[in-house]
Design a protein. Structure first.
Length: 157
């Protein structure tokens, strides 16, 4: 049985216009590559990546911190209301075959740290943590999509 790769995209609930454009482009490319895209389901990078996935006809899963699935942004296909607050970050990292981090604050940093701790491949795309954590980084959305799809496919075998 063949499964679709699962890629998580993590980033801030607020982001710059550049980060939003990168996330949206990344979402389109991941969907075109056949990935299911998981994110935190709210605003900022999460909304932008989900918008890109939706535009390309892909599937988005939003792992929400609260109890109400209606809190998900308009581009989330499958909202999962966990009621777990920031602890939901561990779920996002655990289900992903690979992770792309864009921009971000302390919540994103926690996701990166958890990913590194459990061995989930993570790459930075204009993330805010150069000099803080040692992980590979790529220059643009096509490179991030290629990197993540390749690693997610390997982990799903």
């Amino acid at each position: 049985m063949s499964t679709r790769p699962v890629v998580a995209v993590v980033g801030g609930s607020s982001c710059t216009a550049v980060e939003a454009a990168l996330a949206e482009e990344l979402g389109r490319l991941l969907a075109q590559g056949g990935a299911v895209v998981v994110c935190g389901g709210l605003t900022g990078v999460m909304e932008a990546v989900a918008k890109g996935v939706r535009a390309a006809g892909g599937l988005t899963i939003g792992v929400l911190p609260g109890n109400d699935a209606r809190d998900a942004n308009a581009f989330i296909d499958v909202p999962l209301a966990t009621g777990m607050g920031e602890m939901r970050n561990a779920l996002i990292v655990r289900v992903a075959g690979a992770i792309v981090a864009i921009g971000g604050g302390t919540g994103t940093l926690s996701e990166i740290a958890l990913a590194l701790r459990i061995g989930t491949p993570v790459v930075g795309l204009r993330d805010n943590f150069a000099g803080v954590t040692d992980m590979p980084r790529v220059a643009d959305a096509p490179a991030a999509a290629s990197w993540a799809l390749e690693r997610a496919a390997r982990r799903d075998r």
